[in-house]
Design a protein around this ligand. Structure first.
Ligand code: UDP
Length: 540
């Protein structure tokens, strides 16, 4: 393995001298530990102490220089999960002079991205917490390119989805346990530490019950560019639109737990209802590339709630996701996949179905606690859980009632599922040929002006006019409207108007000898709002 590190040859003597003379240099982005990513020259790692080391010298730089606030609670989050206390990053400090007494450092020549994977066993976590954030953190820094070295510090072994992480760069990712093979003191010539959280859409319920993040910053466009990248790396060609007769539905089944007990009946019913073929896939039976290949042309994906549903991000625009929830689980409370499919520009339909018939559910009270067993609980608590008709909202991650219910097997009531589909599907699902809707926003309206006149002691007019936004002349926009807000100076309410033309004369509610504040903005296709022009002060 040490051979692998030396693929990029560096001048050992020069590197050692640079480290001794310059020490470590760190410059970070972000105001808080939760939005920080740091770039380092010569960040070192002691495999004995299992600590990162910052070497101080006359030329070292530490920005932000937080002093002891660096430990309140940490310099940054090493995973993309916000402020999780098992995922903090910090370093020890030493004077560069101490290097004389330390083991000879081994230099990592590649530009490294150092991070924690959050839960590499679980496909949803792999995509949401790791792959997407890594992909777009690499996109943020031009030296994190194809040749970058990913370094996973969470301490797990490769895990079942390691092949997916390998697609992000041409170099084999390094695991924490492997670092000691290289030596006692490892120094990363150039590295970035931490992950961008810009692409995450869900919080798992560590401090408040799980749900969509409060301020989602990613759209379907970025998700789809990432899926295309991955599909290409997996050698999946996402070809042209299939013929109508080639349309099919995918049932993504789990073969170990949370089973659909009447899968054959479900498949038959779906085939009949939509007049489409139905195929099943599972992580246990197909390679991931094969699953992506199937999903990328599917019209509909049907599956029990579970991590495998994150593969919705490989569905074509226009497809539908049908998420099945076991008895006593409220779909509204567990919506990572609904949130994903509903991101603007994902262009997926979404339907949730919930088993409301207790007799169609099979429970497993005797299983291990992490598979939903409840035999370890007090008798009374077991009985309460058995009787409960809905799991109340709760925090992550070990709520026994939640685990008990989510790991039930379900016989899907076909009539009620078809009902949910009729109600929930706006149109026949299927790959859409249509181009995605435009997301170009209007610029400011130009040269806003007002003219006023007083008609009588209680009558006045206010004419507002403006020019079209500069970018409009280059665009084909279906509908262009303008919004005008008029506020009497000193009042705290305003009157909003939607107008089709570039000028308008207001006379209702306009008083003489009064000052009005007027804002104007342009709106494309009802929803694409532009910025307001500078406020106009109009005195009648
Ligand atoms: N898994 C699977 N088949 C099964 C059970 C689990 O493929 O029968 C996968 C699942 O998609 C996830 C991982 O194993 O990637 C862990 O599953 P778990 O039930 O712990 O998580 P969940 O799906 O509820 O997020």
């Amino acid at each position: 393995q040490s051979q692998e590190l030396s693929q990029v040859r560096i001048d050992y003597h020069a590197a050692l001298q640079a480290l001794q003379q310059h020490g470590t240099r760190m410059v970070c982005t972000g105001k808080m530990h939760t939005d920080r990513v740091c770039r380092f020259d010569y960040l070192c790692y002691s495999t004995e102490a299992e600590e990162f080391v910052f070497f101080h010298s006359n030329a070292s730089v530490m920005l932000p220089n937080l002093g002891p606030r660096r430990f309140q609670p940490a310099l940054l989050d090493l995973s993309s999960v916000e402020d999780h206390n098992t995922q903090y990053f910090n370093f020890l400090e030493l004077p560069a002079a101490a290097l004389k007494f330390m083991p000879k450092p081994v230099f990592v020549p590649d530009v490294a991205l150092i991070l924690n994977r959050f839960n590499p066993d679980n496909l949803m976590h792999v995509f949401h917490d790791d792959l997407l954030p890594i992909f777009y953190t690499m996109g943020q820094y031009s030296d994190l390119d194809e040749e970058a070295r990913l370094v996973f510090m969470e301490g797990w072994s490769e895990g079942p989805h390691f092949q997916l992480y390998r697609l992000l760069s041409s170099k084999q990712p390094l695991l924490k346990e492997q670092l000691r093979n290289f030596g006692k003191l490892l120094c990363f010539t150039k590295s970035y530490v931490g992950l961008s959280k810009m692409t995450t859409w869900y919080q798992y319920g560590f401090v408040q019950p799980q749900g969509p993040k409060a301020n989602i910053l990613v759209s379907g466009n970025e998700i789809r560019q990432f899926s295309s990248f991955l599909a290409e790396k997996l050698n999946v060609t996402v070809g042209e639109q299939t013929e109508k007769t080639d349309e099919y539905i995918v049932v993504f089944s789990r073969s170990l737990n949370r089973l659909i007990l009447n899968e054959a009946e479900l498949i038959l019913a779906l085939a009949q209802e939509f007049q489409m073929k139905v195929v099943t896939v599972s992580l246990e039976e197909q390679s991931f590339a094969d699953i992506v290949r199937v999903l990328s042309r599917a019209s509909m994906l049907v599956s029990m709630h579970g991590a495998q549903l994150v593969t919705s991000l490989f569905l074509p625009r226009g497809a539908a996701v049908v998420e099945l929830y076991p008895y006593a689980i409220n779909p509204e409370h567990y919506a990572p996949y609904r949130t994903l499919t509903s991101l603007p520009g994902m262009d997926l339909q979404y339907v949730a179905w919930r088993n409301t018939k207790e007799e169609n559910s099979v429970t497993f009270p005797e299983r291990a606690w992490d598979q939903g067993g409840i035999a370890h609980l007090e008798k009374e608590e077991q009985e309460r859980i058995m009787k409960s008709k809905e799991v109340p909202r709760h925090l992550c991650c070990r709520n026994p009632e939640w685990l008990f219910r989510i790991y039930q097997d379900t016989k899907v009531d076909i009539a009620s599922l078809l009902d949910a589909l009729h109600q929930g599907l706006a149109s026949r699902p299927g790959p859409k040929r249509a181009r995605p809707a435009s997301t170009v926003h209007p610029g400011r309206v130009r040269e806003p002006k007002c003219q006023t006149s007083v008609q009588a002691t209680n009558e006045a007019k206010l004419t507002v006019s403006w020019q079209i936004p500069w970018n409009l002349k280059y665009l084909k926009v279906r509908e262009v409207k303008y919004e005008v807000w008029i506020q009497e100076q000193g009042e705290n309410t305003y009157m909003p108007y939607i107008l089709p033309h570039q000028n308008y004369t207001f006379s209702e509610n306009i008083k003489p000898f009064t000052t009005y504040l007027v804002w104007v903005r342009c709106i494309f296709n009802k929803t694409l709002l532009g910025p307001f022009a500078d406020v106009l002060m109009c005195r009648t």
